[in-house]
Design a protein around this ligand. Structure first.
Ligand SMILES: [Zn+2]
Ligand SMILES: [Zn+2]
Length: 306
């Protein structure tokens, strides 16, 4: 972690929302599982290579992303689920998973396993393999409820990877035109999760718009800028970045509800990827946390975190 004595957060107020002038953005963008996890792995590897203080963890998560990529290729063709207006079609806490999500888990465990892993990680892999299917399902249910027990956090990282692969696989085949934003704009329209991060675009048909990205099913959805995604307030929002870096990753804080969420700016770096860049910027979480803000939702791989 960067030395706190020399690292400060810097920022400024966010502009008036009425001044936004951008083209019509697509409201919901479903994931492309065939490229998503491979691209994420590449981004994690490049962030790890840049002399990063958490390089080993980033390389491990890159390995996990490559395992998710392999897992999705082995899953049976996904059937689209029925869509009820106003409800997320694959609700993270209500969707009844097909048994084949455990195939994704088996592939993830096989793909990640290897001699170079730390002892505790190898133990978590062998522990999960020894569990019966009912227990593995119960672990997944607990993870999705945000209720993982401390002793099971090591295993839950693999559960998280497998359920994310499964939900992404299911989300990808939904009829996009029938998936609508929820009344709660801060929640994923496909699974109802809170976003892992937001991206402000610098390309495409509507550059300069904000998309929130789901850490579970990898759906992206449009959300107006300059409004807190947690409480809807447009007062008291500010951006904080780490002084001296290029500003591609910033924390958007809200003084009304004291929450924050990270925003990634393609204008500063076109390669930003929500999961990868969020994991690589935990130093910013520490600084913003010290300033008294609570993270809106944890990164799905930071289990038992904030
Ligand atoms: Zn989702
Ligand atoms: Zn707020």
């Amino acid at each position: 972690m960067a030395a706190r004595s020399t690292t400060r957060i810097v920022g400024g107020r966010i502009g008036d929302p009425t001044r936004e002038t951008v083209g019509q953005p697509i409201p919901v963008i479903l994931p492309e599982p065939g490229i998503l996890f491979a691209r994420r792995a590449e981004r994690l590897e490049s962030l790890a290579a840049a002399d990063h203080p958490m390089a080993d963890w980033l390389r491990f998560t890159a390995r996990l992303s490559r395992a998710q990529h392999e897992a999705i290729a082995t899953l049976p063709m996904a059937e689209p689920v029925a869509i009820t207006e106003g409800e997320p079609p694959l609700g993270y806490d209500s969707h009844h998973r097909e048994a084949y999500w455990r195939m994704a888990l088996a592939v993830v465990l096989r793909a990640v396993d290897g001699t170079a892993l730390p002892h505790q990680v190898r133990e978590a892999i062998s522990g999960l393999r020894a569990r019966d299917t009912a227990t593995v399902d119960a672990l997944a249910d607990a993870y999705l409820r945000g209720d993982t027990q401390k002793a099971e956090r090591g295993e839950a990282v693999f559960i998280a990877a497998a359920v994310a692969a499964y939900f992404t696989h299911r989300a990808a085949v939904l009829p996009a035109a029938n998936v609508h934003l929820l009344a709660q704009r801060g929640c994923c329209p496909v699974c109802g999760s809170a976003p892992v991060a937001g991206v402000v675009t610098a390309a495409g048909q509507a550059p300069g718009v904000r998309y929130l990205h789901c850490g579970l099913c990898a759906t992206a959805w449009n959300h107006v800028r300059a409004v807190c995604i947690a409480c809807g307030s447009s007062r008291g929002l500010a951006l904080h970045g780490i002084e001296g870096d290029e500003g591609a990753v910033q924390a958007e804080t809200c003084d009304e509800c004291r929450s924050y969420v990270k925003m990634l700016y393609q204008a500063k770096d076109m390669a930003v990827e929500p999961m990868a860049d969020d994991l690589a910027s935990l130093a910013l979480d520490m600084l913003v946390g010290e300033a008294g803000y609570q993270r809106n939702a944890a990164n799905p791989l930071v289990i038992g975190g904030q």
